[in-house]
Design a protein. Sequence first.
Length: 443
Amino acid sequence: MLSLEKLKADVENGAIDTVLLVLTDMPGRLQGKRLDARYFLDEILAHGAEGCAYLLAVDVEMRTVSGYAMSSWETGYGDFVMKPDLSTLRLIPWLEKTAMVQADLQWQDGKEVAPSPRQVLKKQLARLEERGLEAFAATELEFILFRETYETAFKKRYWDLEAANQYNVDYSIIGTSRVENVIGRLRREMAGAGLIVENSKGECNFGQHEVNFKYKSALATADDHVVFKTGAKEIASQEGHAITFMAKYNEREGNSCHIHFSLRRKDGSALFRDDPKAFEHFLAGQLAYVRELTLFYAPNINSYKRYAVGSFAPTAVAWGRDNRTCGFRVVGHGAGLRVENRIPGADVNPYLALSAMIAAGLYGMDQKLPLEPEFSGNAYHSSKPRVPSSLRVARELFAASALAKEAFGEAVVAHYLNSADVELEAFESAVTDWERIRGFERL
């Protein structure tokens, strides 16, 4: 991470000449501007920079779509202001002479842009702060690495791509050594960007890997998460490779994003260790409201393909101690006692997922919800409630959720319901390869 003084010195001596001012959009991508570093220091640092508000009112292909109150043709697609948060200022080692700073979004009158993912999370963190609590988290991101460039993958319509490993390399040293030119760079250069790297390892699907980072405050973890996703794709591209974070690329194991979560008091003491009842109520809140809030864990059509029996992706709303068949896995002990939420895939927006966990957990704690007995055995074949099976089901549950409206506000709920509607309409109007293969001759 960079201090402002270090940035000024590096600009003066020529070590940095570009500052990326970025925001996180609804799909969890970094969007923004490349600024001349001196211009950033002289002008943008104090006042921020404008960006078109349509960045939070388009689909994944950047199409202008209807239904958003905050930005539309009727409102003229005006600007919001990107205000740099200097606590996120960092060097970007994989880009020459470049630093990055993440932004909070405000309207021209200074009011926050409530549907901005970072603002959604900051609102939930403020609710914790009122109770003298702070959230800590880590996200475990899985991805598939291909020996393809993004350009060749595009020309192949992302079909019949060569995976970087031809067999299951879960925990394999020899298998992961073959891609150390990419994965090694991810570890080293993410460390250079202020992420605290713990390890990397192979995973089950062909070419599948993950890089893990140390627990941080929830906001810093979300900030790091989106930097990692962008940086991983850029580094892979520089090495002639491509990475996908799709929740389910093919019929084998999907890409997960397990979220480890705990709460601390202001003095740094571990709430879950010291107050077992608070831990139980928090976990009970997760179980009670995960179905209503799944839209924030699984935001895309493809997200729901990942929930398959025997795939290490959960299908049951259950909790267990060190049980990977459950949606929520309790792990650690003492100050390390935590909840692992196994519902999200790698396509998740981390700000929204963490917000959902806080909202559900606070309700469980405030209402002192009782925790059901832990589940032992194979939850895939249990009678427990199921994770929503499709984006449409999750959308309807979110729309009917009183908790979502209370925790996030009706404007935010309406904004993300419209995002789901846009995706559903786009998918339902598409003709897929699956349909052509089954129907071209045989129907």
